[in-house]
Structure formats: structure tokens, C-alpha cells
Design a protein. Structure first.
Length: 318
């Protein structure tokens, strides 16, 4: 019994978290702040924790997840839809914080999804700045669209805001350069991906930040993780079309733009794309295949680099 692993479920809210250590026992509540996280770590300290499952809730789980991984406790953020479908499969149709935490505990014990690699402080900063940059670009696109119908007075205000947004985007890129200049080993991996035709600095940064598992999984698992693996839809004698869905939307969007460029200017991807089109494959399908091939190249390069690298060496900043 002493070697029996403990599986834990944590339902994360904006202000509080509920922690279940068993299916029937009491659920503990902690505040979702530094003091509360210390309490969570204290509760789990010295225990043989097999896995902690948290429900991803718009970023409120990030600090807890990082603290658990930093303390050497295996933990994973679970897709809310996947967790809810699991609960429905067990007949748990009610939804409360206590029920959710117990279902997450059960999910961790039964499904046992792999825990992500520990994220460095530099990577956390890059993720935050890339998220902010994406938000600024979305606002910039929205403001540009508004200029098409705005009258003169409002148009002046919109253009001033556009200028401000462009400056903020440049500032965010400068902050990213500063972060990478102090992380030469991680910057070397950015250089490695940026060296591929059709892949720019932002693409390389986004892929490394959004998919820290690069280089640790095989090509099939990494494709499924990102959401570019063709999934079967067969039943009985029916053989449905293979489709791609799920995965990480930010990484997939980034791969899509990279594949568009690479299909024109990267010799390997261009010949691969043309071969598929000449074989009668729809262009959209061929482009998704190019995304998957690019991801495979990224994965192999990072894997080989980490296997051969012995010392970190500084490279040029972005």
C-alpha cells in the first residue's frame, strides 16, 4: 500500500481551487494565489503523487501547473471538453466544483495523460509576449477593417489607435529579442527552425513556445498533439474520410501560414505539394500534408540538436 500512487484532481476557478484526493472524501479548497499554491504544495509534499489533473480554464491554471511541475510533481492541464465527456461517460451529469475535481482525479487515474515537460522561466516569458503580440495584431486588423466605413472624425481616432498598436507590436518584438539574448541555448533552437525556408522568427518562436514537446515525441504523436494528423471515422462497413481536428490552435495557425510560404519557396515542401496535387489530391489536403511535413522537420531538427549539443553557444539575436 505504501507504493500506491496518489491521483489528484484540481478544479480551477478565478479565485479558488477545489482539490480532490479521492472519489468520495472531502474536497479541500484553497485560494488561487501565491499563498494558496503554497498550501497545495504543502498538501502534496511527501506523497507518492502519480499525476495531478487540472482543467484548463483560460490561463487561471498556469501558475498552479508551473508550480507543481517546478516542485517535481507530475501535473497536466486537461481540455475541458475531454474532461466533461469523461464525466458524462461515467454518468455524472451534475456539475459542481466538488464533482469536477473528483472527476478530474478519476480522469488522471484512468486516462493518465502524459505530463508536459517543465517550462523554463524564459519560455513562460516568451509565451506571454507571443500571446500579447497576437492580441495586438487582432486589434490592429479589427481597427483597419473599421477604417473602411468610419467617418472623418472617427477615422482620425482609429488611425491614431492603429499607429499606437503598431508601436506596441514593435515594442513586443524588442522585448522578445531581449529575452532571447539572455537565453542563448534556447535561442539556438529558434535559429535552427528559422533556417528553414518559409519559416520566420515569429513562426519559430511560436512553435517552440506553443509545442514545448518538440523533439520529445515521434512524428505521429507530435502531429496528433498539434492537430494535423488524419483521424479515422470508420464504423462497420463505412469508411469515412480522414479528418484533422483538435490539437493546439495557435501552433496550427502558425504552421498553416508557414506551409503557404514553404509551398512556394521551399524546394522540399514545394515538390511535395506539387506531387500531391498532380496525384489528384485536393489543394487544401495537400497543404495540410505540407503542414504535417513541416512539423516533422521541426521535430527532427530539435531532437537531433538536443541529442548532439554538448554546450550552449550564443547566436545572433532576432
Amino acid at each position: 500500500m505504501g507504493d500506491e500512487k496518489l491521483f489528484v484532481g484540481i478544479d480551477v476557478g478565478k479565485y479558488h481551487v477545489e482539490i480532490a484526493l479521492s472519489d468520495e472524501g472531502d474536497v479541500s479548497r484553497f485560494k488561487n494565489d501565491d499563498e494558496g499554491i503554497e498550501g497545495i504544495l504543502g498538501l502534496l509534499k511527501g506523497r507518492n503523487v502519480g499525476l495531478v489533473a487540472l482543467e484548463a480554464t483560460g490561463g487561471y491554471e498556469r501558475q498552479i501547473l508551473a508550480s507543481l511541475l517546478g516542485a517535481g510533481i507530475p501535473a497536466v492541464a486537461v481540455n475541458p471538453r475531454q474532461a466533461r465527456d469523461f464525466a458524462k461517460g461515467l454518468g455524472k451529469l451534475e456539475k459542481t466544483d466538488a464533482v469536477d475535481s473528483r472527476m478530474l482525479r478519476r480522469f488522471a487515474e484512468v486516462v493518465r495523460p502524459p505530463a508536459p515537460p517543465k517550462v523554463s522561466a524564459e519560455l513562460e516569458q516568451v509565451q506571454d509576449w507571443l500571446t500579447r503580440r497576437r492580441q495586438l495584431i487582432e486589434m490592429l486588423v479589427a481597427e483597419k477593417n473599421r477604417t473602411q466605413h468610419a467617418k472623418q472624425g472617427v477615422l482620425k481616432s482609429i488611425r491614431e489607435h492603429i499607429d499606437w498598436l503598431r508601436k506596441r507590436i514593435r515594442d513586443s518584438e524588442k522585448d522578445l529579442r531581449d529575452i532571447l539574448s539572455h537565453a542563448p541555448e534556447w535561442n539556438a533552437e529558434v535559429e535552427l527552425l528559422d533556417d528553414i525556408k518559409g519559416v520566420g522568427r515569429v513562426t519559430a518562436l511560436t512553435m517552440l513556445a506553443a509545442v514545448p514537446e518538440l523533439g520529445t515525441l515521434n512524428r505521429k504523436k507530435i502531429a496528433k498533439l498539434v492537430g494535423v494528423a488524419p483521424l479515422a471515422r470508420d464504423s462497420g462497413t463505412l469508411r469515412g474520410k480522414r479528418t484533422c481536428w483538435g490539437g493546439r490552435a495557435d501552433a496550427r495557425a502558425c504552421l498553416y501560414m508557414a506551409a503557404l510560404v514553404a509551398a512556394r519557396f521551399n524546394d522540399t515542401i514545394r515538390s511535395f505539394y506539387r506531387r500531391l496535387v498532380f496525384a489528384g489530391k485536393p489543394k487544401k489536403l495537400a497543404l495540410v500534408a505540407c503542414m504535417r511535413k513541416l512539423l516533422t522537420i521541426f521535430n527532427a531538427r530539435i531532437r537531433d540538436h538536443r541529442a548532439t549539443a554538448t554546450t550552449a553557444r550564443p547566436v545572433g539575436a532576432i
